[in-house]
Design a protein around this ligand. Structure first.
Ligand SMILES: Cc1cc2nc3c(=O)[nH]c(=O)nc-3n(C[C@H](O)[C@H](O)[C@H](O)COP(=O)(O)OP(=O)(O)OC[C@H]3O[C@@H](n4cnc5c(N)ncnc54)[C@H](O)[C@@H]3O)c2cc1C
Length: 468
């Protein structure tokens, strides 16, 4: 008889993703040790606080009690509230059903809540332990505490949940460069938090001020405060950078009063505030595959994306749910099987998650244009309204891209493919037509083309798969 014992994993990084994964693995009786570089009460992230928006895609893989707690601490947002240059305000719903909403939650709150859940589930979090070495063969991690003492910890599976600058990823890429390729690209835009007293504003939507290549965003919190961020191109070096054109407090005040006159008097000390705290750069990290032997990367360690789709953590929770499901499926029964089965799980995990991760990186970059300029453009809005109506009439034939990405579990790469395909048909039907006056006619033609399997030009067209 093969000897039986508890399967054990070592997770590097007790961020939201490491902790969500720990909860899922503990649910399967797996031993979980997390090694976290910061102290238990240490600050989270770059120093800029921002809210994370969770959608049904990311939430669906979490246990029900965790979800309930998240809803208790977060704010449900059903729409975008657009503040136009001329002072007008318009709204755009995120989807067509009640379930189509964002759950906005401050990053620090999400972090604390998930750490608490992981500990309650029986995971051990070791704070003040920085990963400084990886042995991908055993697998094992070497961590250093604040006094410089190093200790080594082995598990059956090693999981890097240590964020965009992952030490685990770095160690694998350095020791097996032919196995793992990593690309890191900065974009021109950075982000910074702005303090804004906005307590009397509508708390049921994400407020957006689209201004060409930059935008301001305000997200309501449960206590009626708002977390406000500016996204704008930057200049300068990594250590001394600022938003383009905003190199003094006076320039910041001039810019904000011109671009956001409706809320400028609510921005407390915006000039000195932005000068004191440099904006943070935004970048994408792509890597492939997401595993090496018995080590896997989950969350931002595998794929850091720019935040313009608000899906980074949702994709990461999907990674976690996929890995947990695979470990449950390939149940290990004996010591002799553990290494081989774990390598298989790691390979399967990579196969399932790399293409969606890369597709999300693309989608996120593309959505910058939507947030900063398109949402203000009447032609874009007419097209979106047509797409929404088309989906209401024929949900089996057309689903808007945002809905596919945020509110379904269709893999991101498949969602992109489906959208490109159905959009090509719709583009053909919309060309040169008045989308308001001819809306019903276009919708009827689209349905006939898709149901008949014909493209607008009469050639065969494939039906989109996935959401039905
Ligand atoms: C401005 C901005 C807005 C965003 N908005 C959204 C949004 O609305 N919706 C959404 O889904 N996503 C959003 N994201 C993305 C989201 O923040 C990330 O996807 C998410 O934080 C990833 O979580 P993580 O646990 O993988 O990594 P992190 O949150 O980076 O956590 C990593 C953890 O590992 C620890 N660590 C790092 N190195 C080591 C080491 N060597 N040893 C030990 N521990 C280590 C860190 O201290 C940290 O606790 C946004 C990102 C940004 C920058």
């Amino acid at each position: 008889m093969a000897e039986e014992r508890e399967y054990s994993v070592v997770i590097v990084g007790a961020g939201p993703v490491g902790c969500a994964l720990a909860v899922l693995l503990r649910g399967q009786g797996i031993e979980v040790d997390l090694f976290e570089r910061t102290s238990a009460s240490g600050p989270v992230g770059s120093g800029h606080s921002f809210n994370l928006t969770l959608t049904s895609r990311g939430l669906s893989g979490l246990p029900h009690p965790v979800k309930r707690r998240l809803y208790h601490r977060g704010t449900v947002l059903t729409k975008r509230i657009i503040h136009h240059r001329d002072g007008a305000i318009s709204t755009q719903r995120y989807g067509t059903a009640d379930a189509h909403h964002l759950l906005s939650i401050p990053r620090q709150v999400l972090q604390e809540l998930l750490r608490d859940q992981a500990v309650r589930a029986g995971a051990r979090i070791h704070y003040g332990r920085e990963c400084v070495g990886v042995d991908a063969v055993r697998p094992a991690v070497t961590v250093r505490d604040k006094d410089g003492r190093r200790t080594r910890h082995e598990g059956d599976l090693l999981i890097g949940c240590d964020g965009a600058n992952s030490a685990v990823r770095g160690a694998i890429a350095a020791s097996a460069p032919r196995h793992m390729q990593v690309t890191r690209r900065s974009i021109a835009h950075g982000h910074a938090e702005i303090t804004m007293d906005y307590t009397d504003a509508d708390p049921s939507g994400l407020h957006l001020w689209p201004r060409g290549d930059h935008f301001l965003q305000a997200m309501p919190n449960r206590d009626r405060t708002f977390t406000t961020s500016l996204f704008k191109p930057m200049v300068g070096s990594e250590r001394r950078s600022h938003f383009t054109g905003l190199d003094s407090a006076e320039a910041v005040r001039g810019y904000c009063s011109t671009e956001f006159p409706d809320v400028f008097d609510r921005m407390n000390r915006v000039g000195s505030g932005l000068m004191a705290r440099l904006p943070a750069r935004l970048y994408t990290v792509d890597c492939s595959p997401y595993h090496y032997r018995r080590t896997v990367l989950v969350g931002d360690a595998a794929h850091a994306v720019v935040p313009f789709y608000g899906q980074g953590v949702n994709c990461s929770f999907e990674d976690a749910a996929t890995l947990a499901a695979l470990l449950g499926k390939f149940r290990v029964t004996g010591e002799s099987e553990i290494a081989a089965v774990t390598e298989l799980v790691a390979e399967e995990y990579s196969r399932a998650r790399v293409a969606p991760g890369h597709a999300l990186a693309r989608l996120s970059l593309d959505n910058l244009a939507e947030l900063s300029s398109h949402v203000d453009d009447p032609a874009f809005l007419a097209r979106k309204s047509l797409e929404r109506r088309l989906h209401e009439e024929h949900p089996d034939l057309y689903t808007p891209l945002y809905q596919l990405v945020a509110f379904t579990s269709v893999p991101y790469d498949e969602a992109r493919r489906m959208y490109r395909e159905s959009n090509a048909v719709l583009d053909g039907l919309c060309a040169g037509r008045d989308l308001h006056r001819e809306r019903e006619q276009i919708i009827g033609e689209y349905a006939r083309v898709r149901e008949g399997g014909l493209s607008p030009s009469g050639t065969a067209a494939r039906q989109p798969g996935g959401v039905r």
